[in-house]
Ligand binder design. Structure first.
Ligand code: AMP
Ligand code: MG
Length: 287
């Protein structure tokens, strides 16, 4: 999956992206259909806050490299040019086993989503081999099946203040649940003391720097992964609406001032480890 979905190294995704740029339709490489269709639905449910078609914008910010660049952010004009082309997964058409994009600016980058799908697959493989209880950890994002000796699996959420291995909270995850966190506190570029995180607000073309970290619990890894990223983009006023639209009722969010807010359903799963200045509870609107 790492090879198939790599956003900038040669491989199937990069081949499809090159076809889009050249206005060509090509045969859809095997294994890509389902994740692409899921990503289309998640883009629409998140009102475009999760938008995996913005690969060009991510490349412009220098995020298509293992080591993020230093130096000034890209020029406003370059960002505006890319935004004006409004790349979206809705531009992608799949027909009779072929794929094409009516918008040459579309470049898929599944960095916010495919790890969730990978964790689903890993758990499915374990289940197919008869394992009933397991936790799969992909760099702090996890999926679980069964239980930990009859009790829920417990997952530690790192404190976003960057101080060592401090734990902000401990969450309980039950059979078939995925716990995913998105934040701008680990991967960012810095220029003249200003940090630019790796999560981009597709509406502005600039990093969503207000939120520090969002953790969600969901029943599908792909939804948990894309959902955490979308909610890290969503503002204070709109995140409950976007969560409801994504069908995610368990959300924990830490803002730039270290304030913690969470949904009623998340509250029942959380034990906060750090004494918090402010914790508030938000209810979700009916979807
Ligand atoms: P995650 O850690 O799951 O939040 O994914 C972050 C990665 O997804 C970034 O490194 C980018 O490659 C990509 N990305 C950033 N912003 C967005 C966005 N708004 N929608 C989709 N993918 C994004
Ligand atoms: Mg994500």
């Amino acid at each position: 999956m790492h090879r198939r979905w790599h956003a900038w190294e040669p491989g199937p995704l990069e081949t499809v992206n090159r076809a889009f740029a050249g206005g060509r339709r090509i045969e859809l490489p095997p294994g890509m259909l389902e994740p692409i269709l899921r990503a289309k639905r998640l883009e629409s449910a998140s009102e475009g806050l999760f938008n995996p078609a913005i690969g060009r914008l991510l490349a412009l910010w220098g995020f298509h490299a293992s080591q993020l660049p230093s130096g000034p952010p890209p020029s406003q004009d370059a960002i505006a040019d890319l935004l004006a082309q409004s790349p979206s997964m809705t531009d992608i058409q799949i027909e009779n086993g072929t794929i094409g994009s009516r918008n040459p600016a579309v470049q898929m980058d599944f960095g916010a989503f495919i790890k969730g799908v990978a964790v689903e697959r890993a758990l499915a493989i374990l289940e197919a081999h008869g394992l009933e209880h397991a936790i799969v950890n992909a760099g702090g994002d996890v999926g679980v099946i069964g239980s930990a000796g009859g009790a829920p699996w417990r997952v530690g959420i790192r404190h976003p203040d960057g101080a060592g291995g401090r734990i902000l909270a401990e969450l309980e995850a039950g059979d078939g649940e995925f716990v995913f966190t998105s934040g701008n506190y680990l991967r960012y570029r810095e220029h003249e003391g200003i940090r630019h995180g790796h999560i981009i607000d597709p509406r502005s073309g600039y990093p969503a720097d207000r939120v520090v970290s969002v953790t969600v619990i969901a029943e599908h890894g792909g939804t948990a992964d894309a959902g955490a990223t979308a909610l890290a983009v969503a503002g204070e006023a709109e995140w409950p609406r976007i969560a409801a639209r994504l069908g995610i009722d368990k959300v924990l969010r830490v803002d730039g001032q270290g304030r913690v807010s969470m949904t009623t359903a998340m509250r029942e799963r959380v034990r906060l480890m750090a004494p918090q200045a402010a914790v508030s509870e938000r209810s979700l609107p009916p979807d």
